[in-house]
Each structure stands twice: as structure tokens, then as C-alpha cells.
Ligand binder design. Structure first.
Ligand code: ZN
Ligand code: ZN
Ligand code: ZN
Length: 205
């Protein structure tokens, strides 16, 4: 019989992977819970001696799923992977430590991708945001975005109703409104964009 059993899931609240280890005894006693650092989610394992009833916070769909698994399978060295029934994607893994860690690593990458998609969906209905971003792409394509500090490295941060261009060298920031038709008109008549230098950011280097 295996002594320690690893378990892990992705916290739907903060997106981090939560991994822990409990003894087989804790599992059979029904006290093998696992709480995320952020305190917002908890994997609960209850036991009736033969089965474990798991309540798993799902980092894939943001909901919570329950599953009933045979306790023996875990105690005898097997691993169990649970999938989100909504999205048919792995959301929890219990068993051998190496397998759980590997599964969680994959899972976190997948969850981050999904989050990215969700954000895109959020802005997809904002026609203005879409137009602003494609306009920025055009300006960037003709190398028209630079910082007053001389750097041409920058990143784009999308906010609700605005886009920030942030200089990669000095941290200077140019906010571009992305909420109204005027915002779009204003951007369309710009051939180049200059991020104001952040003098404090430069001194730090
Ligand atoms: Zn969390
Ligand atoms: Zn789910
Ligand atoms: Zn700069």
C-alpha cells in the first residue's frame, strides 16, 4: 500500500496550480482536503471507507465538480485524472507525485490559454476595441511606435475601454482610449505614436 498520495488542481479563483500530498490514512479517514494559498478554493475528499467522494474546484470552467472514485485504486498505486464535464479537459489529478506534478504543469498552460481566450471573447463584442487594436497593428507595421527615450521595444496592455502602450526600456506609458468613435478617429489620423518617456524608469537602470 502506498503511503503518500499527491493531489492537485488548478484554482479557479487565482489560476495557480494547487498541489499537496496526503497520507493514505488521511484519505481513508476523509480528511484529505486541499486549500489554495489564496483561500478561495478547496478540494474536498470525503470517504465511506471504500470510495472517495471528491469535490473539485475546476480551473477549466470555473465551476465545481464531484466525482466518486474507488479508494483502493489510489492506495494500490494507481493515479486518477478527472476531467471537466463541461469542457472535456483534465482538471484534477490524484495519485503518484510525479504524474500529478506533470499533469498539473500541462493543465496550467492549458488553463492560461483558456483565460486568454476568455479575455479575447470579452473584447470581441467591442467593435471599437477591435478597430483600435488593428489600427495599432498598422502603425506598428510601419514602425511608427516608439518611446521618447529612444526605445522601440514596447508592449500592449489591453484594459477595459483603453489600450496602454508601455515602453520596454523605461516603462513610459501611453494610454489610448478605446471606447468611443472619437477615440478611433483620433488614432486613425496618427501616423506615428510616441510614448512619453518615464524619467524615473530610466534612472533605475
Ligand atoms: Zn487560488
Ligand atoms: Zn469544469
Ligand atoms: Zn522609453
Amino acid at each position: 500500500m502506498r503511503e503518500k498520495i499527491a493531489l492537485g488542481y488548478i484554482c479557479p479563483a487565482c489560476g495557480k496550480s494547487v498541489i499537496g500530498e496526503r497520507t493514505a490514512f488521511a484519505f481513508s479517514a476523509g480528511v484529505a482536503g486541499l486549500v489554495c494559498e489564496c483561500g478561495e478554493s478547496e478540494l474536498v475528499s470525503e470517504s465511506d471507507g471504500f470510495h472517495l467522494r471528491l469535490t473539485v474546484p475546476c480551473g477549466v470552467c470555473g465551476g465545481e465538480h464531484t466525482a466518486r472514485v474507488e479508494a483502493r485504486r489510489l492506495f494500490d498505486g494507481g493515479s486518477i485524472a478527472l476531467s471537466c464535464p463541461e469542457r472535456q479537459q483534465l482538471c484534477c489529478c490524484i495519485g503518484e507525485e510525479g504524474r500529478v506534478t506533470a499533469a498539473l504543469r500541462q493543465l496550467q498552460t492549458a488553463a492560461e490559454k483558456l483565460r486568454g481566450q476568455a479575455e479575447e471573447e470579452m473584447f470581441a463584442d467591442s467593435v471599437i476595441m477591435y478597430e483600435i487594436l488593428s489600427e495599432l497593428k498598422d502603425i506598428a507595421a510601419r514602425d511608427g511606435i516608439s518611446c521618447a527615450c529612444g526605445s522601440r521595444r514596447y508592449r500592449i496592455a489591453v484594459r477595459g475601454g483603453a489600450v496602454d502602450l508601455i515602453c520596454g526600456a523605461c516603462g513610459g506609458r501611453l494610454r489610448i482610449g478605446a471606447a468611443t468613435d472619437e477615440d478611433l478617429d483620433q488614432l486613425c489620423c496618427r501616423y506615428t505614436l510616441t510614448i512619453p518617456e518615464n524619467p524615473a524608469g530610466r534612472d533605475e537602470r
